[in-house]
Design a protein around this ligand. Structure first.
Ligand code: NAD
Ligand code: DAU
Length: 336
């Protein structure tokens, strides 16, 4: 049995990844290491909590002693835990630096100590900054030009991973993925926020002119890419991951409202996000050519499936939205 430590397993992508590994890899034991911040919810994992292939440790990625203990005997580390929301990083960058930068350094030190054979850093396309309408998609050669405290903290973490691989000869790879959608995403991000608001006939806040472009990937495809990279990724390499699916925000919002049977009059244009990246697009030739991964889901099929999941999972939505969410919502959208 291979032991894999997965940080952030109670979050959106992490919980989907835990379930996929347990379902398809009977030779892997998953140690889910998560602090359970506002974004981490064990209710997302209630169906696997008794699985003998699974264990959970509550802890902070910046706490070396607890990390070291949880990592004992692990063959690989999948490092997903992060503060992940751009808008929150604009309100307060502090937790982003602690978790995303110091937390990654601590994870790397523990992995070195235990001589872990694979370290996979889950990063983001946002480290590359923003594209103009006619620019070619980001490749792994693009310079790091982060524009938000969130993306700057992720870029810093990527550089630490690079430095540890070079300095200590650790086996380490970096993945950079575009926007994910699917079940168990916290309703501060565009798609679940929209569904939650629309179902209550509340306004849908669209930042600026709504003409920003994002590349969308179904979360299961991202999880399969991470597993492929853990198994076959070459140390020191960076792999872009994306959906080949660029969509203008306003178009996505309209698609979702149509799917929900709600009127476009709910759309409310609000003050733009500061330094809002205009466009992301990913060139995924390298991972396709070298590791044989490509996205399998299309937006036209997986978006309605996602909407249905949220409509059928009212109880989950209710259970993850605490008083903290109301406070955050007021701060974020109150004066816009
Ligand atoms: P999320 O916010 O849904 O979940 C983050 C998880 O990390 C939560 O379970 C939280 O409790 C945990 N966590 C936060 N701080 C912690 C700490 N100090 N110690 C231990 N655990 C802590 O995030 P997500 O959307 O699932 O993103 C996961 C990773 O993937 C992040 O590294 C993010 O940068 C990256 N990523 C996300 C996307 C996306 O579209 N969501 C795209 C590309 C990359
Ligand atoms: O690109 C990968 C990144 O995708 C990940 O690294 C981040 O962790 C993840 O949060 C996501 O970042 P975005 O900022 O792109 O996602 P978000 O859902 O916050 O916003 C998507 C787009 O929608 C973005 O252009 C901002 C816009 N938006 C968002 C919200 C929450 C709105 O117009 N209104 C909103 O209320």
């Amino acid at each position: 049995m291979r032991r894999v430590m997965l940080t952030g397993g109670a979050g959106f992508i992490g919980s989907n990844l835990v379930k996929l590994i347990l379902k398809e890899h009977p030779d892997i034991h998953v140690v889910n290491y998560d602090l359970l911040t506002y974004a981490g919810n064990l209710v997302s994992l209630s169906d696997v909590e008794d699985n003998p292939q699974y264990s959970f440790v509550r802890g902070d990625v910046s706490d070396l002693q607890t990390v070291k203990k949880a990592m004992e005997g692990c063959w690989a580390v999948l490092h997903l835990a992060a503060e992940s929301h751009v808008d929150r990083s604009i309100l307060d960058a502090g937790p982003f630096l602690n978790t995303n930068v110091i937390g990654t350094q601590v994870m790397l030190d523990a992995a070195r100590f235990h001589k872990v054979e694979r370290f996979v850093q889950i990063s983001t396309d946002e480290v590359y900054g923003s594209l103009k309408p006619d620019d070619p998609a980001f490749t792994e050669q693009n310079r790091l030009k982060p524009n938000s405290p969130y993306s700057a903290s992720k870029a810093a973490a990527d550089l630490l991973v690079r430095a540890y691989e070079k300095t200590y000869g650790m086996h380490a790879v970096i993945t950079r993925c575009s926007n994910n959608y699917g079940p168990y995403q916290f309703p501060e991000k565009l798609i679940p926020l929209l569904i939650n608001n629309a179902m209550k006939d509340k306004p849908i806040p669209v930042y600026g002119d709504g003409q920003q472009v994002r590349d969308w990937l179904y979360v299961e495809d991202h999880c399969r890419a991470i597993i492929t990279i853990m198994e076959k990724g070459v140390s020191g390499e960076i792999y872009n991951i994306g959906g080949n699916c660029e969509v203008v925000n306003l178009e996505l919002v309209k698609m979702l409202l149509a799917e929900l049977g709600k009127p476009e009059s709910l759309i409310t244009f609000v003050k733009d996000r500061p330094a809002h990246d205009r466009r992301y697009a990913m060139n995924i030739d390298k991972i396709t050519r070298e590791l044989g991964w490509k996205p399998e889901h299309t937006l036209s099929h997986a978006l309605p499936k996602t909407v249905k999941w949220y409509l059928d999972s009212e109880e989950w939505v209710g259970s993850v939205l605490s008083g903290e969410y109301k406070e955050y919502y007021k701060k974020q959208y109150g004066d816009r």
